[in-house]
Design a protein around this ligand. Structure first.
Ligand code: SF4
Length: 390
């Protein structure tokens, strides 16, 4: 049974399950625009500072129909779902769309929005992926300035320095609270399931940030903190799964198999809340620093920083959490993840860390097959190792 404050979790669940209705209600109540953006690096603070609601567009659970003719079957589930939602009018609540990433498949989804909703402003501020070249910072500064100007145009509100600083503080506070939940889970002293953690993060992507922070504070105040971590369960790290949230039933099956998830680097997880925006700099320059710093805090295979890589980060995270195995969740046809996975696997194998790869699809995966795979994996870990020394 969940130990998290039930009324607050129920409210967050309603929002996370149906962000479009939440955005519609917010728009009616505030008479202000709603701006949709996309994973995995978008400075939502700019939208907030313009008095609009920033919403990171989520994969919908509905089957893909109209979108089939817009993007090929070998696009990832997230991008096909976004194209479908645009085609059937699900995204009409959004007054504008803005993107900062350039995964080829994501570009396809953004083009599908342009094609199906030509009346909607769509701005693509392409962030540089080579993170430590001499020209990277000035180029990212330029993109942030373009984004600001576009957001001012579509919202009709100038982004003032003081307001942007206040927005940065509000989002930092939210990220810090979420990271506190992560620390408690990692210590084993708070019983927060993987699907509950996902709900906490996913709702933060789509909700008014102050309302979300208030809910987190209530949940934290009511959260029982135990003296001891449970000692009879296999501790797992979940890795991967970009751009959209793994289905909760997958996460539940993982933990029904005798494992607990103690850490993750999922996009709808630690990756999203890994990095604060510096509060001591000019706020526009700080957003640029945030972007560059994100790849250091939680390295991403779509970015290159010469001294940083995902496999080293993963090994360090496992050492910190005491996880004894890694479950890799990979969204089918996610090219950046597919290209990087062999490196991760090699690193885990060379350190004797058991891992299991599970590929997910928009259409769902057979849960009973997953249950069998997980039970076998947990048993393998129990026999192989109790504590992994990295
Ligand atoms: S990074 Fe992966 S999940 Fe995200 S849009 Fe690209 S292919 Fe899809």
């Amino acid at each position: 049974m969940s130990e998290l404050h039930a009324p607050s979790m129920a409210m967050l669940q309603t929002v996370a399950d149906d962000p479009v209705t939440y955005a519609n209600n917010w728009k009616t109540a505030h008479q202000r625009p709603v701006v949709g953006s996309f994973p995995m690096n978008f400075p939502v603070e700019l939208v907030h500072a313009a008095g609009a609601l920033p919403v990171i567009i989520q994969e919908s659970r509905t089957p893909i129909t109209e979108g089939r003719s817009l993007l090929a079957e070998f696009y990832c589930g997230y991008t096909r779902s976004v194209a479908d939602q645009a085609a059937i009018g699900e995204l009409d609540v959004f007054d504008a769309f803005a993107a900062a990433d350039h995964c080829v498949q994501l570009l396809g989804a953004v083009d599908a929005i342009r094609y199906t909703r030509p009346e909607k402003p769509v701005h693509f501020a392409q962030f540089t992926s080579a993170m430590d070249d001499a020209w990277t910072k000035p180029r990212v500064d330029g993109r942030i300035a373009e984004l600001r100007s576009q957001i001012e145009t579509v919202t009709g509100t100038a982004v003032e320095t003081d307001t942007l600083s206040a927005s940065i503080k509000a989002f930092n506070r939210n990220r810090q609270l979420l990271r506190h939940f992560y620390e408690l889970r990692r210590s084993g002293r708070a019983r927060i399931t993987a699907s509950e953690m996902q709900l906490l993060v996913k709702s933060s992507m789509v909700m008014d940030i102050d309302q979300h922070t208030a809910a987190l504070q209530t949940i934290l105040a009511e959260l029982p903190v135990h003296d001891e971590a449970p000692d009879d369960v296999v501790r797992l790290h979940i890795s991967g799964h970009f751009c959209h949230a793994p289905r909760p039933e997958i996460l539940d099956v993982i933990e029904e198999s005798g494992a607990i998830v103690v850490d993750d680097d999922l996009y709808t997880g630690f990756r999203y809340i890994s990095t604060d925006v510096p509060e001591s700099q000019d706020p526009l320059a700080a957003l640029s620093s945030w972007y560059l710093e994100r790849n250091v805090k939680a390295p991403c295979p779509t970015r290159v920083t010469s001294e940083v890589d995902w496999d080293t980060y993963l090994l360090d995270s496992i050492a910190a959490s005491g996880a004894s195995g890694v479950l890799v969740l990979m969204a089918k046809f996610c090219e950046p993840h597919m290209l990087y996975y062999p490196e991760l696997r090699k690193a885990l194998e060379s350190h004797g860390i058991p891992s299991l790869l599970i590929e997910t699809e928009h259409e769902g995966i057979p849960v009973e097959k997953l249950r069998t795979q997980m039970e076998t994996f947990v048993e393998r870990i129990r026999r192989h190792v109790t504590t992994v020394a990295v």
